[in-house]
Design a binder for this molecule. Structure first.
Ligand SMILES: [Zn+2]
Ligand SMILES: [Zn+2]
Length: 405
């Protein structure tokens, strides 16, 4: 089969690799019809995630058709159309029983690697380094899906791939980012980062009852999409974020702040240059500019929701601000399995159509160009969907799509 493989910093290549096979009787093989590139794939692409190996197949946002199942798979049959969640979870361990699927104790065969870095290991994740299991990802024609009875959700045929694909990650992730804010009527939520996850946090915050959402970014087309979702916006290249937020909230600060940026934050301040130098020298693995700013801006007693991805250690963490002002920090990789069904119902009810976030559709063979374009934010690129069955260089299928040649 064809698959998009990682070969080092900013090098990916679509290659012929062996087809996946059932290795365990709880596995299913899925023929992929749509797969997406995630902001967190850029952390791998940019070389910030340790334990990647040359030839690793990328991708953790995918869906398709079940073409083979192991003997112990009960809930799925060949021919079912499914979306696959990015964390791999057994459904039976201490954490899975408590619906904390991204902490599954049975799905990460390389737990020892993560224990060295984190103290304890998180669940396995598709296409996301050997520290999270070394599983082959879904930017490919086929994928092996372990614990197939637990993760994949069947989707009805009247919904298109593009409407349901993001149940695999960015919709539940953005939603959990908003849910962790424990939103009450009248709340104002500030959101750092208007990438795809930030866009879903904006819409989820409103779905959960926020009165106002204030979104912070620098990329004009992302800010425009945030405004289309009902948010007020702050361009941090043009305005001082702290002052703008105090102006908008009567000097008190937002009730909750969501960090939808993660470890590669950009920012205008001197502290950004400091973080970049330290990150480049490997003395700090993550650049936490957005997180620091979110903490300083949040109102007393408010909540900081960290859903952007961090990988290691940060510097100059304002713990004094957190402690003295009684802030609560909540965080985690999304427990996607917990959210898929209720969010699918919202899509079916017409409360939200997640396809709004897609700016580019390309063939799987175009993955190297798609990564480059996404990294550089060229051609107003916000979210790319890759189609394994499109011919290389294929572009639009209708007038609304962006044509790529
Ligand atoms: Zn993702
Ligand atoms: Zn488990």
């Amino acid at each position: 089969m064809r698959a998009n493989c990682w070969y080092g910093k900013t090098v990916v290549s679509v290659e012929d690799v062996p087809d996946p096979q059932i290795l365990n009787q709880q596995d299913a093989i899925v023929k992929i019809t749509s797969t997406a590139i995630c902001g967190s794939d850029l952390h791998l692409y940019n070389g910030f995630v340790p334990t990647m190996q040359r030839g690793d197949i990328l991708g953790h946002e995918f869906m398709g058709e079940v073409v083979e199942v192991g003997r112990q798979v009960r809930n799925l049959q060949v021919g079912d159309r499914v979306v696959v969640p990015f964390p791999i979870a057994c459904g039976k361990c201490f954490f899975c029983k408590d619906q904390m699927f991204s902490l599954c104790e049975n799905s990460n065969p390389n737990a020892w690697m993560a224990e060295k870095m984190f103290g304890h290991a998180p669940a396995g994740i598709f296409g996301y380094s050997h520290m999270t299991g070394g599983y082959a990802g879904g930017q490919a024609e086929y994928a092996r899906v372990p614990f197939a009875d637990v993760g994949p959700i069947k989707v009805p045929n009247h919904l298109s791939d593009e409407q349901v694909l993001f149940l695999s990650d960015i919709f539940p992730t953005g939603y959990m980012g908003a849910e962790m804010c424990n939103i009450k009527p009248g709340d104002t939520i500030a959101i750092w980062g208007c990438g795809p996850v930030g866009q879903f946090s904006i819409r989820s915050a409103f779905l959960l009852g926020a009165e106002r959402v204030i979104a912070i970014d620098e990329v004009p087309e992302r800010l425009r999409m945030a405004e289309e979702g009902g948010a007020e916006t702050i361009n941090y290249r043009e305005q001082n974020v702290y002052e703008a937020l105090m102006d908008k909230t009567g000097g008190r600060g937002p009730d909750s702040c969501i960090d939808d940026v993660g470890m590669e934050a950009h920012g205008p301040a001197v502290i950004f240059a400091y973080d970049r130098i330290k990150q480049a020298m490997m003395s700090e693995t993550d650049r936490p500019h957005a997180l620091r700013e979110a903490i300083m801006c949040c109102r007393n007693g408010g909540t900081i929701s960290v859903i952007g991805v961090y990988g290691g250690f940060i510097d100059k963490f304002p713990i004094g601000s957190v402690m003295n002002r009684a802030l609560t920090i909540k965080t985690g990789q999304a427990h996607v399995q917990r959210y898929m069904r209720p969010l699918l119902e919202m899509i079916e009810n017409g409360d939200i159509d997640p396809s709004f976030v897609i700016t580019h559709r390309m063939s799987l063979d175009d993955a190297p160009r798609a990564y480059d374009m996404f990294k550089k934010k060229e051609d107003n690129c916000i979210k790319v969907v890759l189609k394994p069955d499109w011919k290389n260089g294929a572009g639009a299928k209708d007038d609304n799509d962006t044509v790529i040649h």
